[in-house]
Design a protein around this ligand. Structure first.
Ligand SMILES: [Zn+2]
Ligand SMILES: [Zn+2]
Ligand SMILES: [Zn+2]
Length: 286
């Protein structure tokens, strides 16, 4: 399936949950409902020299960007593919003297893309970056403090020659990263190596007993030489039969957590009380 094809789903208002996605046709276990490339993604701070900044594969030998000496790539293909998104980052890292932390780098990548394409709807996206939820109004004192620190580091890093954004917009972007950032794993799926923003995936609501799962498709080892090598993307796949009109859901948290912990985490990070069938049954039992 081509990333960005969104014909098989529809945006709708899910009762009590705001926006959601529903199936526009029938799906069976394993079906790919949609594939989506990252709007923006970065490698975690601790792994920037161990994981390719384009395809997120962990490799023995990576080539370093000769300009900033910060970005690392498998090969020329990955380096070439990265340039559009790395160009501004590269000169900003050089000017700043070092790379800022992953949160700041991701926010900057999002804003350079917004500068390039505008914050409205882009091709293959059912929702724009401007329109994603940020939950900043739900932040507690501690989170507000962190947000202020992030905004300050961001402004230190952001070059004067790039488009300037207002405080409110910068806070919006950090809020979006906070509640919509999706963790990316390496090619074996064993280690969390980075974080990315996938706007369409953000529309999929949580359920503790979901009907879909997200696969981060780094390709496999055979794909290293193929044209798909650098095409980092996620796939939303059906876990079982889904009927047309049924809401598509994923689990935002580990189901192995007991229901109390799960509900706490959902409230703390995503600001909602789960009312899924499973939680309702669970709370009746307590
Ligand atoms: Zn690579
Ligand atoms: Zn560079
Ligand atoms: Zn639940």
């Amino acid at each position: 399936m081509t990333p960005g094809e969104m014909e098989m789903v529809e945006v709708f208002t899910s009762e009590g949950k705001g926006r959601g996605l529903k199936a526009a046709k029938e799906f069976w276990a394993g079906d790919v409902i949609f594939a989506e490339p990252a709007y923006a993604a970065v490698v975690f701070d601790s792994l920037t020299h161990l994981v390719c900044h384009t395809c997120f594969k962990r490799q023995e030998k990576l080539h370093r960007c000769g300009q900033c000496k910060f970005a690392h790539y498998c090969d020329r293909t990955c380096q070439k593919d990265a340039w559009l998104n790395h160009k501004h980052e590269c000169s900003a890292v050089k000017a700043h003297g070092k790379a800022p932390n992953e949160n700041i780098r991701l926010a900057a990548r999002i804003m350079w893309r917004t500068e390039r394409e505008g914050g409205g709807l882009t091709e293959g996206c059912l929702v724009s970056i401007d329109d994603l939820q940020n939950h900043v109004e739900n932040f507690g004192e501690e989170e507000k403090k962190e947000l202020r620190a992030d905004v300050e580091s961001f402004l230190n890093f952001w070059p004067a020659q790039s488009q300037q954004f207002g405080m409110q917009y910068i806070s919006h972007i950090f809020g979006v990263i906070n509640c919509n950032g999706f963790t990316l794993s390496d090619q074996r799926g064993l280690q969390a190596v980075g974080v990315g923003i996938f706007p369409n995936l953000c529309l999929v609501n949580h359920d503790c007993w979901p009907n879909c799962t997200v696969i981060f498709n780094n390709g496999n080892h055979e794909a290293v030489r193929s044209m798909f090598h650098t095409q980092m993307r996620i796939e939303l796949r059906a876990l079982g039969k889904i009927s047309p009109g049924e809401e598509l859901t994923v689990s935002y948290v580990d189901f192995l957590n007991v229901s109390e912990e799960r509900r706490e985490q959902l409230q703390k990070q995503y600001y909602f009380d789960c009312t899924c069938e499973h939680c309702q049954k669970g709370s009746k039992m307590i």
